[in-house]
Ligand binder design. Sequence first.
Ligand code: SF4
Length: 759
Amino acid sequence: MATAAPRIGDTKVPMSLLEKGAYINYQRIEDNLAIVRDRLNRPLSLAEKIVYGHLDDPHGQDIQRGVSYLKLRPDRVACQDATAQMALLQFMSAGMDTAAVPTTVHCDHLIEAQIGGVKDLARAIDINKEVYDFLATATAKYGLGFWKPGSGIIHQIILENYAFPGGMMIGTDSHTPNAGGLGMVACGVGGADAVDVMAGLPWELKCPKVIGVNLTGKISGWTTPKDVILKVAGILTVKGGTGAIVEYKGPGVESLSCTGMATICNMGAEIGATTSMFPFNSRMSNYLNATKRGDIAKYAQQFAHNLKADEGAEYDQHIEINLSELEPHINGPFTPDLATPLSKFAEEVKKNNWPEELKVALIGSCTNSSYEDMSRSVSIVKEASAHGLDVKSKFTITPGSEQVRATIERDGHIAAFENVGGLVLANACGPCIGQWDRQDVKKGEANSIITSYNRNFTGRNDANPATHAFVASPDVVTAMAFGGSLTFNPMTDSLIGSDGKPFTFSEPRGDELPPRGYDPGQDTFQPPPTDRASVSVAVDPKSDRLQLLHPFAPWDGKTPTDLPILIKVSGKCTTDHISAGGPWLKYRGHLENISQNCLIGAINAENNTANKVKNQMTGEYGGVPQTAAYYRDHGIKWVVVGDHNYGEGSSREHAALEPRFLGGLAIIVRSFARIHETNLKKQGMLALTFANPEDYEKVKPSDRVDILGLDSFAPGKNLTLVLRHEDGSKEEVPLAHSFNEGQIAWFKAGSALNLVIFF
Ligand code: SF4
C-alpha cells in the first residue's frame, strides 16, 4: 500500500511557548508557493516567498510588484498600549469572543522617564491605571496575551517570544519590522488593519517591490549592525524604501548576530520600507535556542529552502555593502538619513555649527537594547572606569525588556553603568517617544544629544525643537558620553585618565548571547484566563480617556439630499489636520472626546481660517466639531469637500472614525491618500473624488448637495453630485470612486466591522 509523502505541516510546532494550540503554518507557505510558482514561472526573492506564502487566494490574486493589492493572512497581531485602546474598542464592538489570530498587547509607550526605572514605572502605573485596567481586562476577555507595564518594549518582547522565521505579523507600531531579524515579514499598520485581521478579515497590502542589499565582508571592531542601517538610510533616504521590502542577503549576513539583524530591520522604518528581513541562518538558530525555542529552530531548518531567496531572484533595486570597509556612522540632526562617517563627523559638527557640547547620551530602545548591545557598551564603560573616569554627559540606559534588564543586572552590567554615573530607566520607550521629563535644558535652547534609538525628527525626544538629536550605535553613544563632546572620535581620540595619562578606547567587545543564559526576571505576562466568560471589561462610564463604541448605523437606503457642506477645505489636509496629535493623544480610547479635534487644523476655503465654519442651519460661525455635532444631533448628514491628497500622513484610524462619529456621510475631494481613503470606507463613509478635479472650484461652501446614484452603487460607475447654490441655481458634477463590491457592502452595512457583526 502506498503511503503519502511526509508534509512539512505534519509536524506541529507552536508559534510561541506562551500560546497553546497556535502552530507555525509552513504548509500554507509551501502550498501557496506551489501555486504561485506555477503562475509566475520565475525565481522568487525571500520577501516574495513569505508574502505570497500568506496570500488569501493564491489562485486568483493579481500579483504585480508595486502595482496590485494583495489580500494576505498574517499569522499574528501585536499592539502597543497607545494604539491598542481604539483597536480593542473596535474589536469589542464586533461582538466576537476571541481574536481570529494570536494577538498580544504591550504596555510600553505611556511610561515617562523622570528619575529612574522603579519610581517612573510606579508613577506610570498610577497615572495610567484606567488604561492599563482596560487593556488587562479586555485582553483577558478576548483571549489575547497582555504584557504589563515594566515588561519591556513591544518589539523586544516579540523577538524574545513570538517572532519566527517565515512568519507574517502586523503590529500597530511603525517599528514592527524589528521581527525581520528572525526572518519574519512584520509590518507596522494602523489600528483599523489590526482590527480587520483580529476579526478574521484579510489584510490588504500593495504588492511590495523588493530592494536587495547584498552584504559582503565581515563586521568587526567599532562597526556594528546599527552602522549598516545608518549607511542604508543615507543611501536610500527617508523615502527610498517606500512600498518596498528591504531584503538583506550575501555572505556578510553570517557575521551579524540575530539581535543585530533585528536592529537593522527595526530602523528600516526610517527609510519608509514596508518591512526589512533576513534569510534564516545559524545566528537565528542560536537566538531561538537561547530563548528556549529550539523546536522552532529545528523546524525552520527543515523549511530552510523557503526561508531564503531563489537563485537568480530579481530585485527592483540593488545595494552593495562591504561590511569589512563599513565605518561607524552618526546620523542627524533632525533626520535619520543624514549619514556621516565617524571620521568626518567632527568636521561636520564644526562646519554646521552644531552645538559641540554633548548634553545627554542615551542607549537602549527597541532598536538597540539586546544583551549584545549592553555588554559591548559595558566593555567601554569598564575601560573608562578602570582609568578613573565617570561620564561627562548625562547617560541613560533603557533595557528593552525585563528579561534583558534582569540578565544584565545579574551579570553586573547595571552596576557598571551606575558606577560611572549612568541612570537606568524603566523597560519602556521613555525618551524615544518623548516620554522624558527633561530638566537639564530650557525649551528653545540649542543643545546636542546622541541616542542609539532610530528616529530623530525635530522635538521627538524632548519636545524641544532646538535639540539636535543624533543617532549612532550604542558603542559610539556610550564612548561619547565620556568624551562629552560631539567632536570626540572614540576610535582615534584619547581621553585623560584620573592618573593624568592619556588613553584610547579599545575596540568594544561583547557577548552575542548571555553566557549564563537569560534571566527571565519578574513575571510580567498575563496569559488569557481559562474562564474568560466571567471577566468583565473595565471601562468606567465616567472616564474621559476610554469609551465603549457602538456600531455605526447601516445606510438607510435613501438618496441623500440637501446636505450641508461642513467645511470646504483649502489646500493640504493631512491626518494631523483631521485628527491632531499632541494633547489629544490621551483621548485615543475615547471617540467622543477625541472627536473634539475633528478637522480643527483644516483651512476653511470660505474664510481662510482654521476651525471656523458657518452652521448652515443657524447662520452662526463655530468650531468644526461643534458644528458637525449640531448637524448630527438634528438628524442632518453632512459632507466635507477637500483638495488633493486628502488624508496624507500617518494612517491613524481616528481621522476616519471621527467624521463618521459626528454624522458625516461623504468626503468628496480632488484626490485621496490611499490609506485614508480605505480607512474612511472601512468606517462606512463615502470616499468620493471629483471625476474632473477642476469641479472642486464649482463648490461654494454655502451649497447644499445631493448625491445621486447610490441606489445602483457599483464598482467603476460614477455617482452624481448636485450642487444647489444659495442663489437657487443648480449644477451637476460627476463623482468617481474606487469602491469594489466588498467595500460597497461595508458602506451599506455601516462599516466593515458591521459586516462581521451583523452578516
Ligand atoms: Fe517606538 Fe521608540 Fe518605543 Fe521603539 S522604543 S517602540 S521606536 S517609541
